[in-house]
Ligand binder design. Structure first.
Ligand code: ADP
Ligand code: ZN
Length: 211
């Protein structure tokens, strides 16, 4: 089964993908995580995109598509696409790659959240520099540290300025994907303002894994 998670940055795509991967046999494809790894390792790609990302701009389609192709080559049957596709050319490329593998997109889920809530979540988000776990400083369970012992950091693109810009980028480049999928597979909308566990249950119902 292949699922695409759409939604504003900060809507909870990464958090939900992590929960699903723990419970079911999905390969998590987060292009954001892949790109951050390239940056951390200071690869040629990482160095080329570092500045643009911290400003909230997208990475070029060809560069992103190449990264995704490498994961699809592993031949897994179930994937969760988190942060990909983000543009129409990326969606077209994914459609073709999956058809070569005799696979298809089964569900497109849109995690809905207001812009105000997004800005609040992004600027209060912290991530573990070692294992990538996602936290929020307003969570009751927030302790300021990760169970793996890694340091919590603020992503360079989670500043107020960059977060606002990412919302504009979403409207221009990613919003058209909603119509694109609406007219083919269909898009299921979920209320992402709820607590993570509740959103998870809604996702399970939407993809037929729970009544
Ligand atoms: P968020 O969903 O919180 O914005 P991600 O971790 O998905 O964060 O992405 C962070 C950044 O990585 C994006 O702002 C963009 O610069 C780059 N990126 C990730 N996925 C893509 C993609 N599919 N196409 C282009 N750029 C991408
Ligand atoms: Zn950690």
């Amino acid at each position: 089964m292949n699922i695409i998670l759409l939604g504003y940055p900060g809507a909870g795509k990464g958090t939900q993908a992590e929960i699903l991967v723990k419970e079911y046999d999905f390969e998590h494809i987060s292009t954001g995580d892949m790109i951050r790894k390239e940056i951390a390792l200071a690869t040629p790609l990482g160095k080329a995109v570092e500045k643009g990302i911290s400003q909230g701009n997208l990475v070029r389609d060809e560069q992103i598509i190449k990264l995704v192709e490498q994961v699809l080559k592993r031949g897994r049957q179930s994937h969760i696409f988190d942060g990909f596709p983000r543009t129409i050319p990326q969606a077209e490329s994914l459609r073709i790659s999956l058809s070569v593998l005799r696979q298809k997109i089964d569900y497109v889920l849109f995690l809905e959240l207001s812009k105000e809530e997004v800005i609040k979540r992004l600027t209060s988000r912290r991530v573990c520099s070692k294992c990538g776990a996602i936290f929020n400083i307003y969570d009751k369970s927030f302790t300021g540290s990760c169970s793996c012992g890694g340091n919590l950091i603020t992503r360079s693109d989670d500043t107020l300025e960059s977060a606002k810009h990412r919302l504009e980028v979403f409207e221009k480049q990613t919003r058209p994907l909603v119509d694109y999928y609406e007219s083919s597979i269909g898009v299921k909308r979920l209320d992402a303002s709820k607590e993570a566990r509740e959103v998870h249950n809604e996702i399970l119902r939407a993809i037929g894994l729970k009544k």
